[in-house]
Design a protein around this ligand. Structure first.
Ligand code: XUL
Ligand code: CO
Length: 434
């Protein structure tokens, strides 16, 4: 197998015998009216790809990502590595937490100083290599001060610290021209109600979001705000449990016009939903925004953040994306890490190639599914009773219980048509494998 350093650019070559080629991702090919690169908008996650080195609950690093350097110099080398990797993989976007990009010291002031040095460097790299920031975010969960949450901490000084970090994040998003900013709940949740004032914590979370919105408008940051749902981990009950819970929160606190959702596949399955369910829930609530592309392991049951290779899931995901009109500000961020045993630089490339190709194949199949039309036609016919007669009156809001009751008394011979699930599943198989 080739070495990492010898691979300058991974290109589309379905016939290649090399492991370092795309079999399905052909960036400039037009699928469903746009180039594949515009449909998929792949992004690299800094925390998993540039920082995470294999540590798990039972053992330490299996990979060295320190480049023989320390302090700020190490993070300059990491930034170089990030852009080298994006170039090799033809990835246009990246995402980071504040704490991912620079060494974290003893104080907020020191962290901001370090981070600003690297942001200056990232700015030059972005221009030099033509790369963009899809979104950034704050790590408001790692430091022990955040042990009881950030905006939902019982300690108001922590709320202020979290605000200072998000303020820096928004200034940086504006400076680097990010197309979005993500709020993942981190430790916004609880483990026991014996010590938790849930009402106050949720109100405070909403207060925090309103302050962030105010600041965004004040500085004129034009990117999108996303909430990323997750049901558990690290807390037992995360407040942003799933897409529906997030929408309820946003509407209760009058924030629904300011936020969209960043749906992560592994978070969906942790919530015992399918990825597709979460995407559809976002779309029907007019909140489809961005995607954290990964997959979990249903047998392990925790947030394993694996590179996505399940083509059923990527197909149904891209089907939802196409149906929602495609990405605008959002994209597909690989919130995914190589397995602990996949500990070479080649593995990082191979993992991204597997993930990108799985989504490229998913896009091709979703487009085929829509062009085939059988599923859409079935769906249309299934709900046809709402297009005329009493059904149309229901949809138009032009009836009432008296009329419906009279109607029902006169129409008791009701035949509900078959849902044809197995047939539709076989159509999907035919599209995928025939
Ligand atoms: C954690 C997670 C985060 C967010 C960004 O499960 O998904 O990496 O995507 O904070
Ligand atoms: Co995520």
């Amino acid at each position: 197998m080739e070495n990492y350093k010898d691979i300058t650019k991974v290109v589309y070559n379905p016939k290649s015998t090399s492991a370092f080629a795309f079999r399905f991702y052909n960036p400039d090919e037009i699928i469903a009216g746009k180039s594949m690169s515009d449909q998929l908008k792949f992004a690299m996650s800094y925390w998993h790809t540039i920082d995470a080195a294999g540590t798990d609950m039972f053992g330490g690093d299996t990979m060295d990502k320190n480049f023989g350097k320390a302090g700020v110099e190490r993070y300059i080398a990491k930034a170089d590595f990030a852009f080298e990797l994006m170039n090799k993989l033809q990835i246009e976007y990246y995402c980071f937490h504040d704490a991912d990009i620079a060494p974290q010291g003893e104080s907020l002031a020191e962290n901001i100083k370090n981070q600003n040095k690297i942001v200056e460097y990232l700015e030059t790299l972005q221009t030099k290599h033509g790369k963009k920031l899809l979104w950034n975010t704050a790590n408001n969960f790692g430091d022990k001060k955040f042990m009881a949450g950030a905006a939902t901490s019982p300690n108001a000084d922590v709320f202020a610290l979290a605000a200072a970090k998000v303020k820096w994040g928004l200034d940086t998003a504006k400076r680097l021209g990010a197309s979005g900013y993500v709020f993942w709940g981190g430790r916004e949740g609880y483990d026991t109600l014996l010590n938790t004032d849930m009402g106050l914590e949720l109100d405070n979370l909403a207060r925090f979001m309103h302050l962030a919105v105010d600041y965004k408008h004040k500085i004129g940051f034009k990117g999108a705000f996303y909430i990323e749902p997750k049901p558990k981990e690290p807390t037992k009950h995360q407040y942003d449990f799933d897409a529906a819970t997030c929408m309820n929160f946003l509407r209760k606190y009058d924030l629904e016009n300011e936020f969209k959702l960043n749906i992560e596949a592994n978070h969906a399955t942790l919530a015992t939903h399918t990825f597709q369910h979460e995407l559809r829930t976002a779309a029907v609530n007019n909140a489809f925004g961005s995607i954290d592309a990964n997959q979990g392991d249903l047998l392990l049951g925790w947030d394993t953040d694996q590179f996505p290779t399940n083509v059923y899931d990527t197909t149904l995901c891209m089907y939802e994306v196409l149906k929602a009109g495609g990405f605008t500000s959002g994209g597909l961020n690989f919130d995914a890490k190589t397995r602990r045993q996949s500990n070479t630089f080649e593995d990082i490339l191979l993992a991204y190639i597997a993930g990108m190709d799985s989504f490229a194949l998913g896009l091709r199949m979703a487009d085929k599914l829509i062009r085939d039309g059988r599923i859409d036609k079935f769906m249309h016919e299934r709900y046809a009773s709402y297009e005329s007669g009493i059904g149309k009156k229901i949809v138009d809001g032009a009836t009432n219980f008296d009329e419906l009751s009279t109607y029902a008394l006169a129409h008791e011979n009701i035949q509900v048509a078959s849902g044809r699930q197995e047939y539709l599943e076989s159509v999907l198989n035919e599209i995928l494998f025939n």
